[in-house]
Design a protein around this ligand. Structure first.
Ligand code: NAD
Length: 367
């Protein structure tokens, strides 16, 4: 059987710096765990624009469709701010998501004990927090028609349409139930069935899909209550499944419970390919951080945790994903910090590569 294939798209700014660290981690798994990946690398975002005049070349798009997983750094930066909308770096990212039809966006919110002081909530509410939000990514109010701004009775009217087919709700629900099966078997579905017809359909379809996953404990919650519960008692949740709009807001809210942007990974999954693996793209939540680029200050953990998600969700290597997460937890518990994780100005930060050195050492110790 051929090795699993990975396409690395470092992108711009610190995307390139953190991805260089991920390559060291991939090499470690090759050397020490005999996990060989066929790794190729290409351009996206501003870097692709500089070379090709577009933020994603067609050849790169074709490669992304063929590989087992795409790992993306970050795109954008001040040099590209004035470009026409059609060639802005972010368009490269959106094209990947759209053409790969990545409909399930996984946003974990995990609070490492050593960082629980960083949360805006009380330590005891977030210590040990580990929730996963599955957000429907390709439909809903961001895409529904009709949309636009038009004149009515001499007044401008803005319109967006919340529209979901049962097939769209169902495929995301299956991804969410599958996720729950790999975790604590608890799924909370969030919508606004009290005031929205699309919410009633959402609740019905999720309930129907539940019949195929009887081991999972399913609950339903109105999304506004969900927002309150996330900041009141977040540890009550395991997996949350919600639509594109509510998911956008709830996942950012949940992410901030955990502290720094430099710690947050994500995955976007699509339909299974011929080999059974889902189409998949993994990326840190943060952007290209132009304010710290080129200074060795970027925290590589979000990107390394994104690779851990690839191990778990694309390559069925859950035990090694856990090994990598545990190594990161150990390093943080030992007090190793990049600048974004320091609250005390007198403490010393390690560099981007210094953080990876410590993680690789902890991985060695795990063998
Ligand atoms: P950002 O996420 O790049 O940075 C926000 C703040 O967090 C900055 O102060 C930055 O230094 C810090 N930060 C982010 N990641 C960090 C890390 N790994 N380690 C340490 N500190 C980190 O968001 P922004 O400043 O609003 O945007 C900068 C550029 O990135 C813009 O061009 C924006 O469009 C783009 N962007 C891209 C993505 C993406 O590629 N997915 C996401 C968000 C923003």
């Amino acid at each position: 059987m051929s090795n699993p294939s990975l396409l690395i798209l470092p992108g711009d700014g610190i995307g390139q710096e953190v991805m260089a660290e991920v390559r060291r981690v991939i090499d470690w798994f090759g050397a020490k765990r005999d996990m060989q990946f066929d790794v190729s690398e290409d351009l996206v975002g501003g870097a692709a624009y500089d070379k090709h005049g577009v933020p994603l070349h067609d050849d790169t798009m074709a490669k992304a469709q063929e590989v087992d997983a795409v790992l993306l750094g970050a795109v954008g930066g001040p040099a590209y701010d004035d470009l026409d909308f059609s060639v802005k770096p972010e368009r490269g990212l959106l094209r990947l998501r759209k053409e790969m039809d990545l409909f399930a966006n996984l946003r974990p919110a995990q609070c490492f004990d050593a960082l629980s002081d960083f949360s805006s909530l009380k330590k005891e509410l977030v210590a040990g927090l580990d929730i996963m939000i599955v957000r429907e990514l390709t439909s809903g109010v961001y895409f529904g028609e009709p949309r636009g701004i038009h004149m009515e009775d001499n007044m401008r009217v803005g319109i967006n349409t919340q529209r979901y087919t049962e097939a769209e709700i169902e495929r995301g629900a299956r991804a969410a139930f599958e996720m729950a099966m790999k975790r604590d078997k608890k799924l909370c579905s969030m919508e606004k069935a009290n005031v929205m017809e699309s919410g009633i359909l959402w609740r019905d379809v999720v309930t129907e899909v539940h019949a195929d996953y009887p081991e999972v404990e399913l609950s339903h919650m109105y999304a506004d209550n969900g927002a309150m519960q996330l900041v009141r008692a977040p540890k009550q949740f395991d997996v949350i499944y919600t639509d594109n709009l509510f998911g956008d807001i709830l996942s950012d809210c949940a992410a901030m419970l955990t502290g720094s942007l430099g710690m947050l990974p994500s995955a976007s999954l699509g339909a299974p390919m011929e080999n059974g693996r889902p189409k998949a793209m993994y990326e840190p939540v943060h952007g290209s951080a132009p304010d710290i680029m080129g200074q060795g200050k970027a925290n590589p953990i979000a990107c390394i945790l994104s690779f851990a998600m690839a191990l778990r969700y694309s390559f069925d290597e859950g035990a090694d994903a856990t090994r990598l997460e545990a190594a990161i937890e150990k390093v943080l518990a030992d007090g190793v910090r990049t600048g974004d994780l320091l609250s005390d100005e007198n403490s010393t930060a390690v560099s981007t590569s210094g953080m990876t050195d410590a993680i690789l050492e902890a991985l060695d110790a795990s063998l």
